[in-house]
Write a protein that binds this ligand. Structure first.
Ligand SMILES: Cc1ncc(C[n+]2csc(CCOP(=O)(O)OP(=O)(O)O)c2C)c(N)n1
Ligand SMILES: [Mg+2]
Length: 338
């Protein structure tokens, strides 16, 4: 098959390294109690977002659930803005008011960061409707976990997308678990991809530990959608090395299972492929890794030195029309006295 011009693989490896080093720093800062609230790490799943970015354009719409750090970084949101958001600082990508689960970067077409499982899937259908209505050739990338596929909104969105031939790719990041519940215990189907058939949507499967496979399958799907708008579904089989969130010791799975996936690490695999083909030297890899580590560390300093959002902003951005302090006070018996 003729592939369109693709993004440089070394650049994509460097993105995967940046995501991993950023999250390792985030994990450390969480343990040091510099970061509050929930924090879900993507470590192990990096080839999924890198493959998707390699197959798409910067102006394609992107939306995801709460395990969203990688998706923003991949779209080019700075490590500074991402780390500051985790620290709840005004310089964060959601002004410090969203935290880990609510990254947002409208300029880069990254529309969240959504904490309610499955709730953003209908939004993705709406985004795809908008681009079709405007006759744009954008594709909407909608990422969600294996836990989202049994939510009502998921079914409603797939039905509408199938019916209206919306240009959206439903990307299920099947990492085998929804919190501590394994997919065999939550889902009646043996293969998640079979869900797509019920909505007359074409289904694909890709190995999420293999960057090239994710990129190539998605490239094929994206090209066919651009020619003739329609939805597609892809189940990407992946694995998260860490627990569900920072507070999960992941005692529901075996060490052997974790080890098996770590042996198939997506970064190590792409590095080996590129090295074998003479496209990357060990020195180049080390330099890239050092840069990723330095950038992640610098983002911690940036976040620490940034100011917190002013208290008066506490209720802003909840509603469309800016400051809604009065409204909140009227509706609440225990609103703070300001
Ligand atoms: C509607 C709803 N129900 C329950 C929760 C609690 N919850 C948070 S994450 C999660 C698991 C989702 O797992 P999955 O979709 O597989 O995503 P992953 O964490 O594996 O990336 C649950 C049940 C929630 N946020 N929203
Ligand atoms: Mg999951």
């Amino acid at each position: 098959m003729q592939m369109p011009e693709q993004r440089d693989e070394v650049e994509m490896l460097s993105l995967m390294l940046l995501v991993r080093r950023f999250e390792e720093r985030a994990s450390q800062q969480y343990q040091a109690q510099k970061i509050g609230g929930f924090c879900h790490l993507y470590i192990g799943q990096e080839a999924v977002i890198a493959g998707a970015i390699a197959a798409t354009r910067d102006d394609d719409y992107l939306i995801t659930a709460y395990r969203d750090h990688a998706h923003a970084l991949a779209r080019g949101t700075s490590t500074d803005a991402c780390m500051a958001e985790l620290f709840g600082k005004a310089t964060g990508c959601s002004r410090g008011l969203g935290g880990s689960m609510h990254y947002f970067d409208k300029e880069r077409h990254m529309y969240g960061g959504h904490a309610i499982v499955g709730a953003h899937v209908p939004l993705a259908a709406g985004m795809a409707f908008a681009s079709k209505y405007r006759n744009e050739d954008r594709v909407t990338l909608c990422f969600f976990g294996d836990g989202a596929i049994n939510q009502g909104g998921f079914h409603e969105a797939l039905n509408m997308a199938g019916l209206m031939k919306l240009p959206v790719i439903f990307i299920c990041e099947n990492n085998l678990y929804a919190m501590g519940t394994s997919v065999e215990r939550s889902t009646s189907l043996k293969q998640i991809v079979d869900r797509a058939e019920g909505y007359d949507i074409a289904g694909y499967v890709a190995d999420g530990m293999n960057f090239r496979e994710v990129r190539d399958k998605l490239t094929e799907v994206v090209e066919s959608i651009r020619k003739d708008p329609h939805p597609a579904f892809i189940e990407i089989r992946t694995y998260r090395y860490r627990g569900h969130s920072m507070s999960d010791p992941a005692s529901y799975r075996t060490k052997e299972q974790l080890e098996q996936y770590r042996m198939d690490d997506p970064i190590t695999r792409l590095r080996a492929q590129l090295t074998r083909e003479g496209k990357l030297t060990n020195e180049q890899f080390d330099a890239m890794d050092k840069k990723a580590k330095d950038t992640a560390l610098a983002s911690v300093k940036f976040a620490e030195e940034s100011a917190e959002p002013p208290l008066e902003e506490l209720y802003n951005y909840t509603y469309v029309n800016g400051d809604q302090t009065e409204l909140v006070r009227m509706n609440s018996t225990d609103a703070p006295p300001f």
